[in-house]
Ligand binder design. Sequence first.
Ligand code: ZN
Length: 244
Amino acid sequence: MRYAIISDIHANLTALEAVLADIGDQVDRIWCLGDLIGYGPDPNECIERIRREEIVSVVGNHDKACLGGMDLIEFNPDARRSCRWTIEQLKPENRAYLEGLAEKVVGDGFTLVHGSPRLPVWEYITQPETARENFAAFDTRICLVGHTHVPLAFFLADNAPPTCERRWLSGVGPIDLNTGRWILNPGGLGQPRDGDPTSPYLVIDLDTMMAEVHRVPYAIEQTQRRMEQAGLPGNLILRLSYGW
Ligand code: ZN
């Protein structure tokens, strides 16, 4: 069995389609770690594609914010503007779909959340100390998180002092998950922030317990053109070119 893990699509349909084409039929299941929308120009199209593919997803902070009725004080001005635009675009059936998404899904030995197991929607795990505290907040051996848009692994060794190690996941080839406990982040499909503008996703082989991040180039300028047409903030358009 092989699973593909995607996260932070952020209404970037061109990137989503490129990744789904790259995944093809090489996996048995696709999981999504939230933030289907926000920032990008294609909120309805991305939700509809995820629904059509019957991809299981948890809810992200942007998904929640774009349902409206929330104080957007946590968001910077660009995020707030794109969120307000997205709220106006969302079709009722897609809004209902987002409202139905769970904050946490546990299955097949994995815990799925957008942010962190202890604060599923909002907490960012970037530091080993934060990760270490979060290992106490889930029962499975492996937890899958998104939210930071950076492909990262946090590793807690068996029978070792409770120290936590951080490893970069992109460009390092397959990593071995057979020992210890893990928090894995596939990176941000629709808005990468690790300096590489190509779209990342993670494949986990459940038979060998090996995991590897794949990168997919997509037609960035097509997404940028639709963002311009929609009047979305210039910084959000520009950052896609650089992956930050
Ligand atoms: Zn995000």
